[in-house]
Design a protein around this ligand. Structure first.
Ligand code: ADP
Length: 482
């Protein structure tokens, strides 16, 4: 791969300040578009994880003693390096993940924005003084870093899912031991290279590649780790939650979604189509906030489906490095099978394929952008997250009915709707059982806002000033002044 700074693609893991080289063995990382080998990362496990945690414990104590401004300056330096190298970081990301290069570079800027935001927030972690309960007592509330944090991240945003955990952790004065997804470790390792260059102290940030089960088991069992932050499937999130019970860790869980996208008959249809394209097809449908079920009111159903189908037909599928491509490959063959199953199940129960529906002529894990109409709530696409390029269109008549259907899921991450009536905008925003609601927009995620879900979609919030709370413990000091 052509990089301006070849040092960013490092075939190694960083364990407690020490680089462990892969030396041509370990986990092979391939390009999902071409199948070509990118390189290797070491296959590490329990012992290295324990070592990294021990190093993090030492480094964290010193880091927490620094001034907030000092930590903020270091984070700002890291942010600057990410922006300076965003083209290279984007190339590494596209090579291992498949998303179009422009989207990958966009992710780097978005990912870096969390480091910038939390560098700014670092200096505003204010405690409280509370009037005492007795004349000679004063109550202080200090905010202190929770300590050593373990993080496990997925392949769909190989950069940003790390930075929105690392930003608040380091800003608060915590250390972090990270296990990135095995499909996309090089983006994580590049972040570690830049963290080192920015002067993050040795041992404060480890990136451990290898066996998820072994690394996860040590992270959850080790009492030094006070918080586990995980983004991934609900299934694994439940496992990690259970494993963490014995050491009573704080948990941050960003899990699966099943986002409804509702188009009411008073919506601006062109805007709704544009929003649906972003909410559904970004990252080829492989985000946990992707619109999974598109509900369209009777009166505009035909017009919306025609407009959406025409717009989706203009999306270009191909290799992420090809100019003008909108949709890359799916991450692996299992993802293709899930998309196929959802289409077959829907069609068997009466849905119609308005566009696509087949593996793409490019072969591999490329799949045609697909629009299904006449989709109903009995079909698998209504219940399960597809994580692929299928836009299933459901028809509804009344507001109450669509709210009930939208909420009829065990998930509660993102939701979207398009409407112009102000009373409806408030009613529906309040009625949706979701952590996030996009009203007349298909893109809601930003460093300034609290990202997170309810129900089986998880615990805690990332981003915004609330995002710092998860990495902080409150300490109450009762001061006698007699
Ligand atoms: P996805 O479907 O997005 O791959 P996963 O939940 O399987 O979601 O993976 C998300 C992250 O969790 C990845 O880094 C993966 O390696 C990790 N992971 C998978 N299984 C486990 C496990 N048993 N313990 C800890 N981490 C795991």
């Amino acid at each position: 791969m052509e990089l301006q700074d070849p040092g960013l693609l490092r075939q190694a893991a960083l364990v407690g300040g020490e680089w462990i080289e892969a030396n041509g063995a370990g986990i092979a990382v391939t390009n999902p578009s071409t199948g070509a080998l990118i390189g290797y990362v070491p296959r590490l496990g329990q012992a290295e994880t324990a070592r990294a945690i021990a190093a993090a414990e030492t480094a964290q104590k010193l880091w927490a003693r620094r001034t907030a401004k000092d930590r903020a300056d270091t984070l700002r330096g890291w942010f600057n390096l990410m922006i300076r190298h965003k083209e290279d970081l984007g190339r590494i990301l596209t090579a291992e993940q498949g998303k179009p290069l422009a989207e990958a570079v966009g992710e780097i800027a978005y990912g870096a924005s969390f480091i910038e935001w939390f560098a700014e927030e670092a200096r505003r972690v204010y405690g409280d003084t509370i009037p005492g309960h007795q004349p000679d007592k004063r109550i202080l509330v200090m905010k202190q870093p929770i300590g050593v944090v373990a993080a496990i991240t997925p392949w769909n945003f190989p950069n940003a899912m790390i930075t929105r955990k690392a930003g608040p952790a380091f800003a608060a004065g915590c250390a972090m031991v990270l296990k990135p997804a095995s499909q996309t470790p090089f983006s994580a390792i590049a972040l570690a290279v830049l963290a080192e260059r920015a002067g993050l102290p040795s041992g404060l940030f480890s990136v451990i590649t290898g066996s998820a089960a072994q690394i996860g088991a040590e992270m959850t069992a080790n009492p030094v780790v006070r918080k586990l932050t995980f983004t991934g499937s609900t299934e694994i999130g439940i496992e990690l939650y259970a494993q963490s019970a014995k050491t009573i860790k704080k948990l941050g869980l960003e899990l699966g979604g099943n986002a409804p996208f509702i188009v009411f008959d008073d919506a601006d249809l062109d805007a709704a189509v544009e929003g649906a394209l972003i909410a559904k097809f970004r990252n080829n449908g492989q985000t946990c906030v992707c619109a999974n079920r598109i509900y369209v009111q009777d009166g505009v159903y035909d017009a919306f489906s025609e407009k959406l189908t025409a717009a989706v037909a203009r999306l270009k599928t191909g290799d992420g490095f090809t100019q003008g491509v909108n949709l890359g490959p799916l991450i692996d063959q299992a993802a293709v099978e899930k998309v196929k199953e959802h289409i077959a199940d829907a069609v068997a129960q009466g849905a119609k394929v308005a566009l696509g529906g087949q593996p793409h002529a490019l072969g591999g894990t490329f799949f045609q952008a697909t629009v299904l109409t006449d989709v109903t709530s009995d079909m698998a696409v209504a219940r399960e997250e597809t994580f692929g390029p299928i836009a299933p269109l459901f028809r509804f008549a009344h507001e109450d009915e669509v709210i009930a259907q939208a909420n009829d899921t065990e998930f509660g991450l993102a939701s979207y709707f398009y409407a112009r009536d102000l009373a409806r905008v408030f009613r529906v925003s309040e009625a949706l059982d979701y952590g996030m609601v996009g009203v007349n927009t298909g893109l809601i995620s930003t460093a300034e806002a609290p990202f997170g879900g309810v129900k089986l979609s998880g615990l805690g919030r990332e981003g915004s000033h609330f995002g710092m709370d998860d990495f902080i413990e409150l300490k109450y000091v009762c001061l006698g002044i007699a």
